[in-house]
Design a protein around this ligand. Structure first.
Ligand code: ACO
Length: 428
């Protein structure tokens, strides 16, 4: 392949370098476009064709259904590693040694105490507040309680900010859920593993002990790993772009949480469950909803199907589907919602509309089913996604800052009014 792309505008030819990534992906480097063409820009709504950065964190090939963190396949990581190891891998680039992992965990635990005044902020939210709004606000509030900015040239400063948020975030997640349920706030137990502690913080009742169920610990660990990073998706791009203005880590993460909230992104796991409930209440007729999803006059979409990047089976969905069967089987849960989900999945995989458009179930189609089996309220599903995505966001923010990337500032093509004289109010 040639190492240059040629663009001809008004008879004038301009050359741009072709760059190749380590997995032989090819990109045209248009950094000089506006300069050499005297202001010509590109239009790419939704950035479907635009690479916003070079990144060494996550590789995914949507056509082949491949997902790798730092070169390791998601299948192997889900089977052989735990969430904290994966978090370390994503953030620092390599799997930790025993000592590194131990230190990482100790430092996280040492930083897990949240200023008690945060409880006052939490108290001010109505019980009806959506947990994602609460989590985003509390994460942003951490900035006020930890005002010193991170010196990105100091490895120690960076590390401290990372263990701080890795420690405090699960506390905020658990408190968000407990507040909604009217339960007293709890700090968990630092003798427990990272994921075990999260479960205890969420579920411990004030009058009794919390007994760990290894099936749930394993399922949550897997779910968090599968959600830990997904290259330049909507929330990650948000974290990077907010951080590119040199806003701090917590402020950037808070913006990422807001981006994740939407039903076309992380909010899909909640939307899937709500959709399944609705179908159940409506008599369980999956064919009716398949028809609605295909009807272009009907805004209804089959939630949990389709993906911007995967035009093949989402590899995370494959792993999670097995985990869902295990959890529900082991817990002895018979759920009519699951039958509806399986029915929809079968019909969609055989339906020409879905096959032609390469619309397969995505990770969120199954994750909500597992969370429901675990006893996590539907409104908390996207919060659980955020918990898993935290190391990915941190890794991407860290990479962006260490690479000293410029502030993110897209261009536009203006299509509004041309210059017009001002009309005084009485003449309008
Ligand atoms: N149900 C019915 N039709 C669909 C669906 C769906 N879930 N998803 C896409 N389509 C159709 C579109 O109508 C379009 O049809 P057309 O070509 O006849 O116009 C075609 O498939 C392509 O869809 P786009 O919207 O262009 O695909 P895009 O890549 O922009 O969107 C998205 C991807 C947002 C995920 C979309 O598939 C969707 O809305 N899915 C449901 C929401 C969901 O599950 N989101 C979770 C994503 S995973 C995550 O964030 C972790």
């Amino acid at each position: 392949m040639s190492d240059k792309a040629v663009l001809e505008i008004n008879g004038e030819k301009h050359e741009f370098p072709i760059v190749t990534g380590t997995e032989n992906e090819v990109a045209i480097d248009i950094k000089t476009l506006r300069g050499v063409t005297k202001g010509v820009t590109t239009i790419d709504p939704g950035y479907k064709n635009t690479g916003s950065c070079e990144s060494a964190i996550t590789f995914l090939d949507g056509e082949k259904g491949i997902l790798r963190y730092r070169g390791y396949s998601i299948e192997e990581l889900a089977e052989k590693a735990d969430f904290l190891e994966v978090a370390y891998l994503l953030i620092f680039g390599n799997l930790p040694t025993v000592e590194q992992l131990e230190k990482f965990h100790i430092d996280i635990k040492a930083n897990s105490v949240v200023d008690d005044d945060i409880k006052k902020i939490l108290d001010a939210f109505p019980k009806t507040a959506h947990p994602m709004g609460v989590l985003s606000s509390l994460t942003s509030a951490l900035t006020a309680f930890n005002p010193s900015s991170v010196n990105i040239d100091s490895e120690e400063d960076m590390y401290n900010a990372i263990v701080k948020i890795m420690g405090k975030f699960p506390v905020l997640v658990a408190w968000t859920m407990r507040k909604k349920q009217g339960l007293p706030l709890d700090y968990g137990d630092d003798k427990l593993g990272y994921v075990e502690n999260i479960l205890k913080m969420m579920f411990k009742k004030p009058h009794g002990d919390y007994e760990q169920n290894p099936i749930l610990v394993n399922a949550l660990d897997k779910l968090l790993i599968l959600h830990a990073d997904h290259e330049q998706n909507c929330s990650t791009s948000t974290v990077r772009i907010v951080g590119s203005s040199h806003a701090g880590l917590f402020a950037s993460l808070s913006a990422g949480i807001s981006a994740l909230w939407g039903p076309l992104h992380g909010g899909a796991n909640q939307a899937v469950l709500e959709m399944l409930e609705k179908i159940k209440e409506d008599g369980g007729d999956t064919k009716k909803y398949m028809a609605k999803a295909k009807d272009k006059q009907d805004p209804f979409r089959l939630m949990g199907f389709g993906h911007r990047v995967y035009k093949n089976f989402d590899p995370r969905a494959k792993i999670i589907k097995v985990a869902a069967d295990e959890v529900l089987g082991d817990l002895g849960i018979e759920d009519p919602i699951l039958d509806i989900a399986k029915g929809l999945e079968k019909e969609a995989l055989e339906d020409k509309y879905f096959v032609d458009r390469k619309l397969y179930p995505n990770v969120d189609f199954y994750s909500g089913i597992i969370y429901r089996g675990m006893g996590i309220p539907v409104e908390m599903f996207t919060v659980m996604f955020a918990l898993g995505r935290l190391p990915g966001w941190i890794a991407q923010w860290r990479e962006m800052r260490l690479r000293k990337e410029p502030i993110g500032r897209p261009r536009q093509l203006y299509i509004g009014e041309n210059h017009r004289p001002f009309k005084s109010i009485e003449n309008r």
